[in-house]
Design a protein around this ligand. Structure first.
Ligand code: FUB
Length: 325
């Protein structure tokens, strides 16, 4: 073999070796198109993301979902929920939150962006046998259709507590409530004092509630600032119960003028394969000012030795592949 050909083979082999040690990364954004308010899960051996379709309110009449085996390659599941299957929901379908219970997937969503108790809309529930839907209206009416404690009924997050109880944490217009869902998610179980909706609003809260139970601590996170502008951000508090009291610790997610603006409305995901924690959120590409031009991104979430959340570094590179078995 000529020495030049030999050199070429050696170079190619070296290149292949270098490539095989370079971790494949997700890049950011991870989903194609304008999407916001992502909630991430692991269901049936795949990662799932359920976002808001980010468009003018009258065009927000459906939800798409996305699934992946490795956080890098995502498959789109179109119209997992469509207002054609929810007679009272007409527009502004927002911020899905999904739980699996007794063989059903329950998808909680906001619809219609109601401005007062006379308008029809609020937080609804749809259910399906698989995370890919199709989700059908479960109640034939909203689950929460009135303002309680000043909270607009939007931006719900449903979570399972240590004792198996399910709670809904929700609210826009700078107020956040918690309520205990009944066993079949058709309504609520009143608290011992007779109330159904308890306000747990921390300082700075605007919307986008998220609750994480980790190491017996309740991490309550929310969005603050205005979602249409660059200063949208996520802050958090830690409590010993889902009712708080929640005292704001500080911001964990915000814009980086060299990467993106308006980083907010997030969810938290732990990989069952590696145990790594991720934050999935939306942000606005640099130079974009249209309020709906929001993209879903993922970055690493880290806790320090005391269990405090370290500020997130938002990236263009995203996260390394984290393959589910
Ligand atoms: O996507 C619609 C709204 O934008 C959400 O409900 C808010 O939290 C904000 O992200």
């Amino acid at each position: 073999m000529k020495s030049s050909a030999c050199l070429a083979i050696v170079c190619l082999a070296a290149l292949a070796g270098a490539q095989s040690t370079t971790p494949i990364r997700s890049g950011n954004p991870i989903l194609p198109g304008w999407y916001a308010d992502p909630e991430a899960h692991v269901f049936e051996g795949r990662y799932w993301i359920f976002p808001t379709y980010s468009a003018p309110y009258d065009q927000q009449t459906f939800l798409d979902a996305f699934s992946s085996r490795d956080l890098v390659t995502w498959e789109k599941h179109s119209h997992v929920l469509d207002t054609a299957d929810v007679h009272w929901a007409k527009r502004a379908v927002w911020a899905p939150s999904i739980v699996e219970k007794d063989g059903w997937y329950y998808l909680f969503f906001g619809a219609n962006d109601i401005q007062n108790d006379q308008q029809i809309g609020g937080i609804g529930v749809a259910r399906a046998r698989t995370p890919a839907g199709p989700f059908k209206d479960y109640l034939g009416k909203p689950l929460i259709d009135k303002f309680q404690n000043g909270a607009q009924p939007i931006d719900q997050m449903v979570f399972k507590d240590r004792d198996g109880s399910y709670y809904i944490v929700y609210g826009g217009w700078r107020h956040c409530n918690i309520a205990k869902l009944n066993a079949d998610f058709t309504g609520f179980v009143p608290f011992p004092d007779g109330s159904t909706f308890k306000e747990i609003t921390p300082a700075g809260y605007v919307e986008g509630a998220f609750m994480l139970l980790k190491d017996n601590k309740y991490y309550f996170m929310w969005s603050e600032g205005g979602w249409t502008g660059p200063n949208y951000a996520v802050a958090y508090a830690v409590g010993s119960s889902p009712f708080g009291p929640f005292e704001r610790v500080g911001k964990i997610l915000q814009q980086d003028s060299s990467v993106a603006t308006g980083a907010g409305h997030h969810s938290v995901l732990q990989s069952p394969a590696t145990g790594n924690w991720y934050i999935v959120y939306h942000r606005r590409p640099l130079g974009e000012t249209d309020r709906n031009h929001r993209v879903v991104s993922i970055d690493e979430l880290r806790f320090d030795d005391r269990g405090l959340i370290l500020p997130v570094r938002i990236t263009r590179a995203g996260v390394a592949a984290d393959r589910l078995p």
